[in-house]
Ligand binder design. Structure first.
Ligand SMILES: NC(=O)c1ccc[n+]([C@@H]2O[C@H](COP(=O)([O-])OP(=O)(O)OC[C@H]3O[C@@H](n4cnc5c(N)ncnc54)[C@H](O)[C@@H]3O)[C@@H](O)[C@H]2O)c1
Length: 253
């Protein structure tokens, strides 16, 4: 018997990076997985690798009507929902606070905060119908500590941390557990683009940012995916409202 046999998971932002690693590991652990993203090519390709155990759905998490349709379509395909991984996120504008425009601020909150809200809102009824479940929200080390860059992103990840605790309390009686994960730097397209945008030599930047972590390097998507599998499984049945920090020691200081 595998750890997630019989469970159905929905992973937002599942086409690339951490989301794609979650899809891989969740399927491997026995779940059937709905992959939601706005990148249709990579999302479809990934889902097709798993035959009828995974299916791709186009959905922009910042648009409530698309999230509503996503939940309806994935329920029609899989019949139930046990695990929601709110992973879709963007880094957004990297400028100091006094230079950020309202539109730049709003775009990051729309995806990173409102997206988590919309997906959670529309997942509650099917999770209740399943008799409970697990919501896993991707926050960040920057939902725990500050850094002098990407102000809208850090604000969004702080919001996700406390949204997780509020929802943990609101839905505990329904046996719906809600936890946040706080990754350090993980080598994904998001981090690669973020570092590339600063100019400079990418490999050197990768080493420098890696050295901020006491373990001496950046993490890889699977480091986060294994945490997601744990929080998705019944092994974590007494865990709710918690902060799973997977950061190579970054936030110990
Ligand atoms: N990589 C890191 O170092 C790191 C660290 C801490 C937290 N995180 C968080 O983990 C999550 C995944 O990050 P990643 O590094 O894999 O990012 P990524 O950019 O590599 O992948 C993000 C995925 O989300 C999708 N996406 C973006 N906007 C979307 C939208 N509106 N609707 C649906 N899908 C959308 C993208 O198309 C992409 O497939 C994010 O929430 C990110 O903030 C990442």
């Amino acid at each position: 018997m595998s750890r997630l046999d019989g469970k159905v998971a929905l992973v937002t932002g599942g086409a690339l990076g951490i989301g794609a690693a979650c899809v891989n590991r969740l399927v491997e652990a026995g779940a059937r997985v709905a992959v939601a993203d706005v990148l249709d090519g990579p999302g479809r390709q990934l889902a097709e690798r798993f035959g009828d155990r995974a299916r791709y759905f186009h959905a922009d998490v910042a648009v409530e009507a698309e999230v509503q349709r996503l939940l309806a379509d994935m329920l029609a395909a899989f019949g139930r929902l046990d695990v929601l991984v709110n992973n879709a996120g963007i880094a957004g504008a990297n400028k100091p606070t006094h230079e950020i425009t309202e539109a730049e601020w709003d775009r990051v909150q729309a995806v990173n905060v409102k997206g988590v809200f919309f997906c959670t809102k529309h997942a509650i009824a099917p999770l209740r119908a399943a008799g409970g479940g697990s919501i896993i929200n991707l926050s960040s080390i920057y939902g725990l500590v500050g850094a002098p860059d990407v102000p809208p992103y850090h604000a969004s990840k702080g919001a996700v941390r406390l949204m997780s605790k509020t929802d943990a309390l609101l839905y505990a009686a329904d046996r719906i557990r809600v936890n946040s994960i706080h990754p350090g730097y993980i080598w994904t397209p998001m981090v690669e683009h973020h570092l590339a945008a600063t100019g400079g030599d990418l490999e050197q930047l990768r080493r420098e940012v890696g050295a901020l972590h006491p373990l001496g390097h950046m993490g890889e998507p699977d480091d986060i995916a294994w945490g997601v599998v744990y929080l998705a499984s019944d092994e974590s049945k007494f865990v709710t409202g918690s902060e799973l920090v997977i950061d190579g020691g970054y936030s110990c200081r």
